[in-house]
Design a binder for this molecule. Structure first.
Ligand code: PRP
Ligand code: ZN
Length: 303
């Protein structure tokens, strides 16, 4: 069954997330920060939404795009790599688009890369011509090779791609790289990036036309509120009047300094800062005359 206007109306939203793996915990935490909570599931695959009619389905990440395409789930938290691979595969089969990334979620960062044996003298993509490349991302790889005008053989493997060169089933690989530890452990060197990936909230290409539409809009608004406040911090400090201008120049990513009543010898200041406030930066402000520096996180915002 495919998601279409003839699909039966549902009044509960269903979100698919990874059952276990890199994206599982951050996905749950993010949805919880959006105000969702769930009854402890007995079968551990379906979590019934308590605070809102939004249920969770715990699945393999590879299944998430298909669940959205089939209308089983309305939304999914999945790596852009997986979503893009399956979207390209659908197109190559002549199927219509069935899902799209709605929001980048800021975690699960990794890259889909070409990696070659460390002892190769890498000179560029032309070197891939006639080679066998092992990957779990055949559609993205095939499209990239076509784009580069390189004729290579794509060897599709569902896992353990990194040992293919050692086993002799391929000459090199195309796989996800996060820390780089897997490549290093297998004497492979990353040489080309095909895709910069992170976890995304994926949804259908057509808008829902029942109660779920309102739930989805609310969830997206809360997600946007969270991402807006992520780097926003309230910075408070005091300083002697003659130091205020110099301090303001050290805060180009902050709103104009707000003056609060001080104790006579110094001014109390506060501002909303949009960039990162590292220890190093606070120490720099201190050297420039800021006293009693305090950084407060912003928890929620509907601004
Ligand atoms: C990826 C990839 C590597 C590993 C690389 O697998 O296939 O095995 O991560 O990470 P590293 O650079 O930090 O060593 P992932 O954990 O995403 O699992 P999956 O591909 O089986 O879903
Ligand atoms: Zn996977």
């Amino acid at each position: 069954m495919s998601a279409s206007s003839s699909a039966p109306a549902r009044d509960r939203l269903r979100i698919a997330i990874q059952k276990s793996g890199r994206l599982a915990d951050p996905a749950r935490s993010l949805l919880a920060a959006c105000g969702l909570s769930w009854r402890q599931s007995r079968d551990k695959l379906f979590c019934f939404g308590e605070s809102l009619p939004v249920d969770l389905l715990l699945v393999r990440d590879d299944d998430i795009p298909g669940l959205i395409a089939d209308g089983v789930c309305d939304l999914g938290v999945v790596g852009l790599n997986e979503l893009d691979e399956q979207a390209k595969a659908r197109r190559q089969q002549g199927l219509p688009d069935a899902y799209q990334p709605l929001r980048g979620l800021g975690f699960g960062q990794c890259r889909l890369m070409i990696a070659v044996p460390e002892d190769w003298d890498w000179q560029g993509v032309a070197q891939l011509s006639g080679k066998r490349i092992a990957t779990s991302y055949p559609a993205i790889l095939a499209a990239w090779l076509r784009d580069k005008g390189v004729d290579a053989q794509v060897v599709e493997l569902s896992g353990s791609v990194e040992i293919a060169p050692k086993l002799g089933t391929a000459d090199l690989i195309c796989d996800l790289v996060s820390s780089g530890a897997t490549l290093a452990a297998n004497q492979l060197r990353p040489v080309e990036t095909l895709l910069d990936s992170e976890a995304v909230l994926a949804g259908p290409v057509h808008e829902l036309d029942d109660a779920r539409a309102g739930l989805m809009a609310m969830l997206l608004r809360r997600l946007d509120g969270l991402s807006r406040v992520q780097d926003r911090k309230l910075l408070m400090f005091s300083a002697a009047e003659e130091r205020v201008d110099a301090l303001a120049r050290l805060l180009p990513d902050a709103e104009p300094l707000l003056r609060l009543p001080g104790n006579g010898t110094s001014v109390r200041l506060q501002t909303m800062c949009n960039g990162a406030l590292s220890w190093q930066r606070l120490e720099e402000l201190e050297r420039a005359g800021a006293q009693g520096l305090m950084v407060l996180a912003v928890e929620k915002s509907l601004a």
